[in-house]
Design a binder for this molecule. Structure first.
Ligand code: FAD
Length: 396
């Protein structure tokens, strides 16, 4: 029987990497990318940085020139969200009713911003995940605009930095006492708080947003302690949820798909990668959703190799970067597992590296203004874990 080929659901980074790896490695059967968005696959990090700042055109985010898909015989079905997976029939059903049969399937539907129901319907409330979101937010970010950002995670912080550059007045409302503390710990979290305050951002921490007031658009946000934040524009950046609700009837969980090192789900011929997946980290022995660019890129390519029966190798440690106020911040490892932080350098001068340690072993590294330090930190974490597991093996 003719190979029905690979169907990739989701048209983001993981999808792109899977398609191009399949073709590069000589796969000749059909490859189809099904994407809910109307755009061909594009890169998201610039949406909170150069594209939002207006210093890069939207077109520069495209992973490949439009002609690439036809040349490579990768069929794009855009604006066509998948609605259902029928694993026994090796079939997916699109919102319009069209059915696609697959030999192998990649779930790469990414994540979507977590929403605040009481802010629905206001014309000046924004979330940031897609090009359309960035376009809409950019249209309202004038110089002097009062921007209220709900959530001091990386999206909120990057938008704060970009909006300051555009001349906006920025207030961040953060429920935690210290931004990012559950991920990076209080000491590094305080560094981020200081960074934004030094740049003139008003940062309200331990701040519980209760409700909004305004006619058509939000005019003020009201906090539990009675503080009113007057605003012209609101950005909500309170994390994402995996876009896997469409899988509910398939037997796969609707809150992210757990996968092994190479993207296998519990279903035959069904793989998952990127922000929609929850990969197993063999080094540390737990499942962890990474939600970062490097992981989505690696996993998309790894799934292509696994589909072809190749051995993709061990996944690299998770890593990410963030750009704020012209400073490059990078992380490698699992910082949320650190218990102690060892800092070397000049935090006040935005030039330092930190090693996060647990049980005497490095589990993560964070660098600020030191991109060249990351490979050494990566080696240090990997070597410590290899030494520990060798010791455990000998003991067993
Ligand atoms: P996505 O890129 O989210 O792609 C998923 C695609 O699937 C989307 O096009 C979506 O519309 C589509 N889809 C969803 N449901 C369906 C359906 N049912 N049917 C069909 N299609 C569907 N990471 C970093 O490491 N550093 C950064 O600086 C950084 N900056 C970022 C800035 C922004 C504004 C954003 C949003 C993310 C940023 N990231 C960053 C994270 C990084 O971009 C993501 O981890 C990466 O895009 C994940 O890729 P993905 O392919 O898993 O999912």
């Amino acid at each position: 029987m003719k190979d029905p080929g690979v169907v990739i659901v989701g048209g983001g980074l993981a999808a792109q990497r899977c398609a191009e790896t399949l073709r590069r490695r000589g796969y000749e059967a059909p490859v189809r990318i099904v994407c809910g968005e109307p755009e061909a696959p594009y890169d998201r990090p610039p949406l909170s940085k150069a594209v939002l700042a207006g210093s890069a055109e939207e077109e520069t985010t495209a992973f490949r020139p439009t002609g690439w898909y036809a040349e490579q015989e990768v069929e794009l079905l855009l604006g066509a969200p998948a609605e259902r997976l029928e694993p026994e029939a090796h079939r997916i059903v699109l919102a319009g009713g069209e059915e696609l049969t697959y030999g192998k399937l990649l779930i790469a539907t990414g994540g979507a911003p977590r929403r605040l129901p009481f802010l629905e319907g206001y014309e000046n409330v924004h979330y940031l995940r897609t090009l359309a979101d960035a376009r809409r937010l950019r249209g309202q970010l004038r110089s002097g605009a009062r921007l209220a950002i709900v959530g001091a995670g990386f999206i909120g912080q990057e938008v704060a930095a970009t909006a300051k550059g555009l001349g906006a007045e920025v207030t961040i409302i953060e429920a935690l006492e210290v931004p990012l503390a559950p991920i990076l710990g209080a000491e590094l979290g305080r560094w981020f708080a200081d960074l934004h305050q030094e740049e003139g951002v008003r940062l309200l921490t331990g701040a519980m947003l209760e409700r909004a007031e305004g006619d058509g658009g939000v005019e003020r946000l009201l906090l539990a302690d009675g503080t009113a934040v007057e605003c012209d524009v609101v950005l909500v950046g309170i994390g994402t949820v995996p876009t896997t609700g469409w899988l509910e009837s398939s037997g796969l969980p609707g809150n992210g798909v757990e996968v092994d090192n190479h993207g296998h789900t519990g279903l035959p011929d069904v793989f998952a990668a990127g922000d929609a997946s929850i990969p197993f980290d063999h080094r540390f022995g737990f499942y962890a959703r990474t939600e970062h660019w490097d992981a989505a890129a690696w996993q998309g390519a790894a799934v292509a190799k696994a589909m072809l029966g190749e051995e993709p190798g061990a996944p690299p440690l998770p890593s990410f970067w963030s750009d704020q106020y012209g400073v490059r911040i990078q992380s490698v490892g699992h910082p949320q597992h650190g218990e102690q932080v060892l800092v070397e350098g000049d935090p006040a001068g935005r030039d330092f590296e930190a090693v996060l340690v647990r049980d005497g072993r490095p589990v993560a590294g964070l660098t600020v203004g030191r991109p060249r330090a990351i490979p050494a930190l990566r080696k240090q974490i990997e070597a410590a874990h290899k030494a520990a597991s060798d010791k455990e093996e000998v003991a067993a």
